[in-house]
Design a protein around this ligand. Structure first.
Ligand SMILES: [Zn+2]
Ligand SMILES: [Zn+2]
Length: 257
C-alpha cells in the first residue's frame, strides 16, 4: 500500500515529516511520498505563507532524505512536492525543483487566475460553472506540459460547488487523451470526496479504463489522522467500476528527472 500526496509542517500540514512517517508505519504502508506545497511563482519567492520557495528546497529535500535513511528498514519514503500549476510560472518552478531530483512529480491546479481559486469561489455559485470549465482546461494544459507523473485533484472545484459536469465531458475527453499521451496517472483524491458538495462522477474514470490510465488513490492528508482516510470507499469504487489500478513497478517507473 502506498500514498503519494501528503502535506507536513514544511507547508500547511499539521504534523512533522517524522510524525507522518511513524503513522504510516503504524498503518502498514510500504511506501509514502511527502509532497508539500511548492510556490507557483516563477521568481521562487513563496506566493502564499504555506508553500516552499526556492530557498527552502535544499533543507526540505535533505530533511526528508535523512528520514528516508533513518526509516529505510521499515518503510520506503519518497520525496516530491505538490507543484501548483499556473501557466506563467510553472516551467521555471519545475526546472528549479527537478534540480533536487524528486522521486516523482505531482502537480495540481488550484486557481484559474489571480483572483479566482477553489476557495475564493466557494461562496459564489454564479461563477462555478465557468470556473470549472476554465479549471479543467488548465488541467489539460498542465498534463500537456509532459512534466508530471500524477495529476492531483482534477475536480477539486466540486468540493464546495455543485457543478453540472456534463458540460465538461468534451474537456474530460481531451484530458483523458492527454493523460494517456504523456503517461500521467489520475489521482482519486479522498479528501475532496468529503467536501459538502462532492458527487462522484465516473465519466473520466471510465475513460481511464478505455486508455488504461492508472488511478491513484491519495488522501491529500494535512494531518496524520487523515492518512488513509476514506480509502476503503475509494478502492471499492475502483473495484466496482473496473478502473485500472497502478501496475506493478508503478513507483519505480516514474519519469526520472
Ligand atoms: Zn492541492
Ligand atoms: Zn495537496
Amino acid at each position: 500500500m502506498f500514498e503519494l500526496h501528503i502535506h507536513t509542517t514544511f507547508s500547511d500540514g499539521h504534523n512533522t515529516p517524522e510524525e507522518v512517517i511513524e503513522k504510516a508505519i503504524e498503518l502498514n504502508y510500504s511506501t509514502i511520498g511527502i509532497s508539500d506545497h511548492i510556490t507557483a511563482d516563477g521568481s521562487g519567492i513563496p506566493d502564499t505563507d504555506h508553500c516552499l520557495g526556492f530557498d527552502d528546497f535544499e533543507n526540505y529535500f535533505k530533511t526528508i532524505r535523512d528520514l528516508k535513511e533513518k526509516y529505510k528498514d521499515k518503510i520506503n519514503v519518497l520525496v516530491s512536492g505538490e507543484l501548483d500549476y499556473k501557466a506563467e510560472g510553472y516551467m521555471s518552478v519545475y526546472n528549479e525543483f527537478v534540480k533536487y531530483k524528486p522521486d516523482y512529480i505531482l502537480t495540481s491546479v488550484h486557481s484559474i487566475n489571480q483572483t479566482q481559486n477553489v476557495w475564493s469561489v466557494a461562496d459564489k455559485p454564479q461563477v462555478w460553472e465557468a470556473f470549472a470549465y476554465e479549471f479543467v482546461k488548465l488541467d489539460i494544459d498542465l498534463v500537456n506540459t509532459g512534466t508530471l507523473d500524477i495529476l492531483g485533484h482534477f475536480d477539486i472545484f466540486k468540493e464546495h460547488a455543485t457543478v453540472n459536469e456534463e458540460k465538461l465531458y468534451p474537456l474530460y475527453d481531451e484530458l483523458a487523451e492527454a493523460l494517456y499521451k504523456h503517461n500521467v496517472a489520475l489521482e482519486l483524491n479522498t479528501m475532496n470526496a468529503l467536501g459538502p458538495c462532492y458527487v462522484f462522477n465516473s465519466y473520466l474514470f471510465e475513460k481511464c479504463k478505455d486508455y488504461n490510465i492508472p488511478v491513484v488513490v491519495a488522501s491529500d492528508a494535512h494531518m496524520i489522522s487523515q492518512l488513509h482516510l476514506n480509502f476503503d470507499d475509494a478502492f471499492d469504487r475502483i473495484k466496482k467500476g473496473g478502473y485500472p489500478l497502478p501496475p506493478k513497478g508503478f513507483i519505480e517507473k516514474f519519469k526520472k528527472q
